[in-house]
Design a protein around this ligand. Sequence first.
Ligand code: GTP
Ligand code: MG
Length: 212
Amino acid sequence: MEITKAEFVQGSVDIATCPVTTKPEYAFIGRSNVGKSSLINMLTGRPGLAKTSQNPGKTQQINHFIINDSWYLVDLPGYGYAKVSQTERGKWEKMIRSYLLGRENLHCVFVLLDSRHPAQKSDLDFMRWLAENGVPFAMLFTKTDKQSKTRTKALINAYVARMLEEWEELPPYFLTSAEARDGRSEVLSYIASLLEQYWQSLPKTKDGKPVF
Ligand code: GTP
Ligand code: MG
């Protein structure tokens, strides 16, 4: 899939103020600093589109980007940032929970995981919560350029083995590097397949236009 257009729409502080739309959206979530905003920039091919930082806690709102005028990528604030107060964390959890459970046009959540680290409890808990609540998700392992391919492979195999201790079936997963632009075509093809499924599922008139 070609991305011909990618534009920032708005940052929202809660689900109530998110753009009103039925267009499909795909959200990026994961620990602070894992590389969510960088990956959005890499996928869209627009380096400054989502703001990135070396310091965790950069993205603070639900940021919508409209792609090819027809679907959205959504950049979310990270979790697990130690310096955040209990009150702030509570606010984050409430905002994210209501977004993930209540956003009807959210088709898939991409959970980002740092490929250099073994499975962490907060990520495993979060993915279990998504599954329990029927939120479809895929996993994106990030920053693979930071270590050798052999090491990445060993860590991913261990991650998969850890998950299979409690999961009957694993969600799709992809290896990515925003720096080396790895995994771009795989992730975009996956999104394209989800979009295609959705568009096919819409009722259409004889001229092929979706009915709504
Ligand atoms: P928050 O918004 O704070 O939750 O962080 P984030 O998950 O959006 O991370 P962000 O994209 O801002 O990246 C954090 C840091 O990691 C930045 O310094 C990036 O340059 C760096 N980074 C992100 N992806 C990669 C990657 O694939 N490779 C390398 N080497 N560095 C990366
Ligand atoms: Mg960010």
